[in-house]
Design a protein around this ligand. Structure first.
Ligand SMILES: [Zn+2]
Length: 240
């Protein structure tokens, strides 16, 4: 009788565990942050950053387009500062003019500032002059704010004309990892898209114009730092 009771108790515990697992699993899969924070099995085999030799350290560059945004860019700068991470900001002249204090803060905190045209114009077959003038105008605005010559440009939508490089003495910066952060309000999804695809020396495209992108960026920094990544500005990836 005692023996039967014990078997019954064991079966009861097994059933309870299975039920609990079934209840909790859908919750875990819908929430990116617990999945990342608790460390999936693959991530857990990565050595701690302090155990890596210099040759094993991987690098990535976070790039943020379309800002500065008065609220989200500030939140992002706070988060990056807390983590000691430098990024690259491709700003529009229009937004830089509105928020010169944020441009100065980017420069003061070691971030690299690039040109994303004045009004986010796309280069087409018949607007080359206007496009070029927007780049010049934005360089002038940024020079006035920072005192620095701007060397890097991210052409909106990736449309570029190689001849502009010599005309303007500027270098275009495209990207390797695009999580399409502007298409979703789910920060976890954006973070997972980047973390699942990134490899050494990748350039990650995000936009500091959405709160969820900023949230995703900081998740990406935390998880990839844990995996041994170091974040650098794009010039280091392109020329070092
Ligand atoms: Zn853009």
């Amino acid at each position: 009788m005692k023996h039967e009771n014990r078997i019954f108790n064991i079966l009861y515990i097994i059933c309870a565990c299975l039920t609990l697992t079934a209840l909790v699993r859908p919750f875990l899969s819908q929430n990116a942050i617990p999945a990342i924070a608790s460390g999936p099995p693959v991530a857990s085999i990565d050595p701690a950053p302090s155990d890596l030799t210099p040759a094993e350290i991987r690098r990535a560059a976070l790039t943020f387009d379309d800002g500065p945004h008065p609220v989200y860019t500030e939140q992002l700068l706070d988060g990056l500062k807390e983590r000691g991470v430098q990024a690259t900001f491709f700003v529009t002249g229009e937004h830089a003019e509105l928020h010169p204090d944020l441009i100065r803060r980017m420069r003061d905190e070691g971030h690299l500032i690039g040109n994303h045209t004045y009004s986010h114009i796309q280069l087409t077959a018949d607007n080359r002059e206007k496009f070029k003038n927007e780049l010049i105008q934005t360089n002038e605005i940024l020079y006035e704010i920072t005192g620095d010559e701007i060397q890097y440009v991210r052409p909106p939508y990736g449309s570029w004309d190689k001849k502009l490089e010599t005309d303007l003495n500027m270098f275009p910066v495209l990207w390797n990892v695009d999580p399409l952060d502007w298409q979703t309000a789910n920060a976890g999804r954006v973070a997972r898209a980047v973390i699942g695809k990134v490899s050494d020396n990748d350039i990650i495209l995000l936009h500091d114009y959405y709160d969820t992108s900023v949230e995703a960026a900081l998740m990406i920094v935390d998880e990839l730092t844990r995996q041994g990544y170091e974040f650098v500005t794009v010039d280091k990836i392109l020329f070092d």
